[in-house]
Design a binder for this molecule. Structure first.
Ligand code: SF4
Length: 421
């Protein structure tokens, strides 16, 4: 692997649960992927497949009742690795640190210079009562203070006690951000293509169009000069011409700043246009990953094949689009069953699919193409196909046998997971 192909992020077996009144929801289950320096890595899947929770888990933003229950998030940062090598040897491996084993204050200080996020709906992500410029300047200021003392969250709010908070609530934007941060905010607005940025910085979010708001969100995310920018469905709320502009902007900025980008989307066209490698998610698991050509030209997992098969082909239009029958499962632990989670929708489901499936090499010609499917190791055998209606039994796993924890008390299971953590 050349220097330019070094990993900046290695996510290993990351699992996140939500402990709800209905039971334990396995939103992310054993997800692993690597992101290299200066690449755009795509994560694609249907709504509810766990893409966004994966991103939130990486940057430690999962809110209650969610909890990261296991896994490692290795981030390449030689300075931090050196700082913690003696103090927390289990959190350091070569130039990498495991974010989950670092103190909370350090993890927080990495939001901005380490990782930054662009969310899908800028209107609900920006504060309507503050000017756009003030919000970006605040992000710049937070990063400036964090850089001054990366191990302390206090540095971010130094001198910003309850009194100032109350005054600022009445007079928004007063006094927390310095002149330098305001100037930098204007520069960032200029960098993301907002015309007349000094004037626009003084306007409120409702005075911006959808595309301009998304540009402002990107400017805010760039405030900390992040190593990794996580863009979560950044174009979903935009019309198609503005989508193209925002994608071009993201690509230009990624190249200019030499950032790594994790691009989360349900849109395979966006992945094809932007990404060098891709992971496909289904029901909280990554089910196939590899280079763009591995996954798009030679998909192995029937879910990936189904996603690609449901794209209209303008050159060879089919009489009807081929949808993937059925729906994404609920992800409730009690309903998932110890089997391939796609089995109830898979046209090639066999008896050998009725147990938990691990990732396997998918292609002898590529060392990074993997899929969570028995078809990586065996051909489809129609004589072993599950009978029609196998999963219609109403117990969620069609009699295919539950996972080992099925039938246990969900509360006891929750306690077990918490204890493990
Ligand atoms: S493991 Fe079986 S059910 Fe699952 S995707 Fe592969 S063939 Fe289909």
């Amino acid at each position: 692997m050349s220097d330019s192909q070094r990993d900046v992020l290695r996510v290993r077996d990351l699992s996140t649960r939500f402990f709800t009144e209905e039971g334990q929801v396995n939103a992310v289950e054993g997800v692993s992927f690597d992101v290299r320096d200066g690449e755009v890595y795509g994560i694609v899947g249907e709504s509810g497949s766990g893409k966004s929770v994966t991103a939130l888990s990486v940057i430690d933003l999962v809110a209650s009742p969610g909890k990261i229950t296991s896994g490692e998030v290795w981030y390449r940062n030689p300075d931090l690795a050196e700082e913690f090598r003696a103090e927390r040897p289990d959190a350091v491996r070569d130039e990498f640190v495991d974010l989950r084993r670092l103190p909370k204050g350090v993890r927080r200080s990495l939001r901005g210079p380490g990782f930054s996020t662009v969310f899908q709906d800028p209107m609900s992500s920006l504060n309507p009562s503050l000017t756009v410029g003030e919000q970006i300047a605040e992000a710049v200021e937070v990063q400036r203070r964090a850089r001054a003392n990366p191990r302390s969250t206090r540095s971010r709010t130094q001198g910003y006690g309850l009194g100032k908070f109350l005054v600022d609530s009445l007079v928004p934007g007063r006094d927390y951000t310095g002149e330098e941060s305001h100037e930098r905010a204007i520069e960032l607005l200029d960098q993301v293509g907002i015309p007349d940025p000094a004037q626009r910085a003084q306007e409120y979010p409702h005075q911006f169009s959808g595309g301009m708001l998304q540009r402002a969100m990107i400017a805010q995310a760039l405030a900390g000069e992040p190593d990794v920018l996580i863009a979560d469905e950044p174009t979903t709320a935009l019309d198609v011409t503005i989508q193209a502009q925002i994608l071009n902007l993201l690509r230009d900025l990624q190249q200019e700043e030499d950032m790594s980008v994790v691009l989360i989307t349900h849109d395979l066209g966006v992945i094809a246009r932007m990404c060098s490698r891709v992971g496909v998610m289904y029901a909280g698991q990554m089910v196939e990953r590899g280079s763009l050509s591995d996954v798009f030209d030679d998909p192995v997992h029937p879910y990936t094949q189904g996603l690609l098969g449901s794209i209209p082909d303008l050159e060879n239009p089919a009489p009807r689009l081929q949808p993937i029958e059925g729906n994404v499962p609920s992800l409730l632990d009690s309903e998932m069953g110890g089997r391939c989670y796609f089995a109830d929708r898979c046209p090639k489901a066999m008896e050998s699919c009725l147990h938990p499936i691990e990732m396997h090499d998918a292609d002898a010609g590529s060392d990074e193409h993997e899929a969570r499917c028995v078809l990586t190791e065996t051909d489809y055998r129609p004589e072993e196909a599950l009978p029609e209606g196998y999963f219609d039994g109403g117990d969620g796993d069609g009699g295919g046998g539950g996972r080992e924890t099925d039938g246990s008390d969900p509360e006891a299971r929750e306690e077990e997971v918490r204890a493990d953590d």
